[in-house]
Design a protein around this ligand. Sequence first.
Ligand code: ZN
Length: 238
Amino acid sequence: MDGIEQLRDDVATANRILERVGLSHAFGHASARIPGTNTFLMPTRRSPGLAEADDLLVIDTEGRLVSGDGEPNSEFWIHARLYAAREDVGGVVHAHPAACVCLTQIGEPHRVVHNQGAIFAGGVPEYSRTGLIRTRELGDLLAKVIGSARSAMMRGHGITTAFADVRTATVAACYLEESASLQLRMLSAAGGDASRLRVFSAEEAAPLADQIAGSVAGRAWDYFAAVAARNPLGSGQK
Ligand SMILES: [Zn+2]
């Protein structure tokens, strides 16, 4: 596979992962910047579980359809305005995972409570406005909330992750939901008392930055890609 062909394959796989592991069902989407450009690859307006490499659209950061057939997902502005705001970002994931949504609705910020969650030690800002991101202005607002961070919780809605490439953004989205799910279970076991959680200190979290780098991230991507390839549509739904 050449570079763009591999990128198309990665974007389709990333979208199917979101659905197969239960981060999204009918909604949600992953995209990748075409390197060195202000354009990105993104699926058409249907479940990420149905994404195919040959059906991806090319959209630019101004929200214009550059090539491909079909209508983009209505929240494409999330991707467009993040790529516009962040030159370092090459992959964006937006999904609606249950545990993350639960955290936002009990007013609990993300806390580092396990190893993979430590990649978010820099903080996960909250986009507190409800509703979908269907305009350029709201896309800009979300990008502003994320700032230089790696992700955001979106109140009553979901998450967005922004990393150097789509593989990493996808693995990070999986980690974030796992972390939120554990945090909810810990809160429940602690009678809802967040002060009882043994949150990792910055010093404890720092060495765990490798959980989203190199061979560790590659191993996680290989696993999630295999799940997406082998499991049928709907298998990730609870
Ligand atoms: Zn959404």
